[in-house]
Design a protein around this ligand. Structure first.
Ligand code: PGA
Length: 250
């Protein structure tokens, strides 16, 4: 059975009430009208909007996710949000280990793994991000780096049903640059092999590509073997571009 693609919009630190809800509303309406093929659509707004976006899209098949969670379910962690809180607000997914979290907050693989475990405890699907920097690619270390991140960031108990892996080359995020389809294929094949070696259902984990996915390149990136969807940043902030990507894998 084919893996159902996932198109996830990562709004990052963007979106105030009115605009964010209007965007979510348009996506939900278009999906209700049909046309997104077999892709599952996910919106990951900032934490302040998770509940309102979940309410806005309810009754459609659009799903909602957080962008990060704490490894603990509650406690003295000022400013943090737990996976339980996201689930309570209507989230079904949470992104963990995004390269911006790794860079801005010094998150290491062990932290990312603990966050993914927290997501699983709360009944959320974790989207675990990995990817090499430009310097690492230039010195030919891409597979070493993503292999190490994959090994360290995924819980041993992960399953295809609760874990998605997003390959996002750091140098492709927000830059308009993307790897060639051959480079994406090489990494995804490698990740698939590692997942299959480690997990009984490793062949069924969804593997997303992320980094400068746009309407212009979505079709060719989504057609690469073992690319089961996309994690979209900038292009998810406009209904037309996100929708164009969502329908590109039909
Ligand atoms: P981008 O971001 O699509 O703006 O490159 C992707 C991401 O960081 O998830």
């Amino acid at each position: 059975m084919a893996i159902r693609p996932l198109i996830a919009g990562n709004w990052k630190m963007n979106g105030l009430g009115a605009d964010g809800l209007a965007l979510a509303q348009v996506i939900a309406e278009r999906l209700r009208g049909g046309g997104a093929g077999l892709a599952e659509l996910l919106l990951c707004p900032p934490a302040t909007l998770v509940r309102a976006v979940a309410e806005t899209v309810s009754g459609s098949d659009v799903l909602v996710g957080g962008q990060d969670c704490h490894a603990k379910s509650s406690g003295a962690h000022t400013g943090d949000v737990s996976a339980e809180m996201l689930a309570d607000a209507g989230a079904r997914y949470v992104i963990v280990g995004h390269s911006e979290r790794r860079a801005d907050h010094g998150e290491k693989d062990a932290t990312v793994r603990a966050k993914a475990e927290a997501a699983h405890r709360a009944g959320l699907i974790a989207i675990i991000c990995i990817g090499e920097t430009e310097a690492e690619r230039d010195r030919g270390a891409t597979l070493d780096v993503v292999g190490r991140q994959l090994a360290g960031s995924l819980p041993d108990q992960a399953k295809a049903a609760n874990t998605v892996v997003a390959y996002e080359p750091v140098w492709a995020i927000g830059t308009g640059r993307t790897p060639t389809t051959a480079e994406v294929a090489e990494v995804h094949k490698f990740l698939r092999e590692r997942l299959t070696a480690r997990y009984e259902d490793g062949g069924r984990f969804r593997l997303l590509y992320g980094g400068s996915v746009k309407p212009e390149n979505a079709r060719e990136l989504l057609a690469v073997a073992d690319v089961n969807g996309a994690l979209v940043g900038g292009a998810s902030l406009k209904a037309d571009s996100f929708w164009a990507i969502a329908t590109a894998c039909a």
